[in-house]
Design a protein around this ligand. Structure first.
Ligand SMILES: [Zn+2]
Ligand SMILES: [Zn+2]
Length: 333
């Protein structure tokens, strides 16, 4: 089968690799669409050559490993991108990300879906309901990341939400805020990305280098932001989020900054902020994203700005490492 394989730091190459066989207890999926994620762009500099990345995918059941039942060949599915035991307390609670024996797909442990076929665990799979195409289904993973964060905040009709960053996670967060009827300002210094946020339904956008995004929301609702979603994850943005949130507001941190960063705790104390950090998703977040797509509560079409073949994936991957105004880029098989 063809796969886009990490060949050297930051560079993919299309190669012919053996088609995997499902091990006992596994399913084999034929991949139809797989998103390129910002974390892949980072991981491409640390994972070993030969790694097949890709953890945002949708496909069809191609084969059942021994001992697997309840699935039919050809069935369309999305999968949480990991193999977990399926039976420990965390797994039973749908929180497989906390399984002590978890092995990730596409981020170093097991091969991912920048390939025609990928092995998955049936416990990680959800059927794609009728009416949802594979492109939309491949967005369920980033939609679930965003929903996991949105569920940590009191977002409802009329809530004033500030989304910092119009990358894929900022944009999927915007889609949920919009679906819940919030008044949502998205801040991003890149006009192309801000324009994409407006197409996806942002009430307004703001360039943080030129204006105070919190004030922009204030002018729309008469209140400081009740919820701030930090979807950038670089030095200083967490403190910006604390600075912009209103009294007793909630800050949800979805951006991941691994370096040391500085905040002024007094900012949060004076306003009695709630600060929540969000990681990944539960199986229920995936199910809720599929349900919202089926009920047409999320309008995701504009989120996908590029669809490329696996042959063009290496070039698309390298292009994403430079400043870009693209939304989600999908590899389609
Ligand atoms: Zn991702
Ligand atoms: Zn487990």
């Amino acid at each position: 089968m063809r796969a886009a394989v990490l060949r050297e730091a930051g560079r993919l190459a299309v190669e012919e690799v053996p088609r995997p066989e499902p091990e006992p207890g596994e399913l084999l999926l034929r991949v139809r669409d797989c998103g390129i994620c910002g974390s892949d762009l980072h991981a491409a500099h640390t994972l070993p050559p030969g790694t097949v990345m890709g953890h945002e995918f949708a496909g069809e059941v191609a084969a059942l490993g021994s001992g697997v039942s309840g699935w039919d060949v050809g069935e369309p599915v999305v999968a949480l991108p990991y193999m977990a035991c399926g039976s420990c307390a965390a797994c039973v609670a749908g929180d497989g990300i906390r399984c002590t024996t978890i092995r990730s797909l596409g981020l170093g442990d097991l091969p991912g879906a920048y390939a025609e076929y990928v092995r998955v665990h049936p416990e990680s799979c959800l059927r794609i309901p009728d009416g949802i195409g594979f492109r939309a289904a491949a967005l369920v993973e980033p939609l679930a990341v965003a929903l996991h964060g949105v569920r940590m905040a009191p977002v409802a009709a009329g809530t004033g939400c500030l989304v910092m960053g119009a990358g894929p996670i900022g944009l999927t967060t915007l889609l949920w805020c919009r679906a819940m009827g919030a008044v949502t300002v998205v801040s991003d210094p890149a006009e192309g990305r801000a324009a994409l946020a407006r197409r996806l339904g942002a009430t307004a956008t703001a360039d943080p280098a030129r204006e105070h995004p919190g004030s922009r929301l204030q002018s729309l609702t008469g209140r400081d932001p009740e919820v701030v979603f930090e979807c950038v994850g670089i030095r200083g943005t967490l403190n910006d989020a604390l600075a912009q949130a209103g009294i007793r507001g909630t800050v949800v941190v979805l951006g991941v900054c691994f370096g040391a960063d500085e905040i002024v705790p007094g900012l949060a104390v004076m306003k009695e902020l709630v600060v929540r950090f969000a990681l990944a998703y539960t199986k229920d977040d995936f199910a809720a994203a599929l349900a919202a797509l089926q009920e047409r509560r999320l309008d995701v079409d504009a989120l996908v700005t590029d669809v490329v073949t696996v042959e063009d994936a290496p070039q698309a991957f390298e292009a994403l490492m430079r400043p870009t105004t693209q939304g989600k880029v999908l590899i389609e098989f």
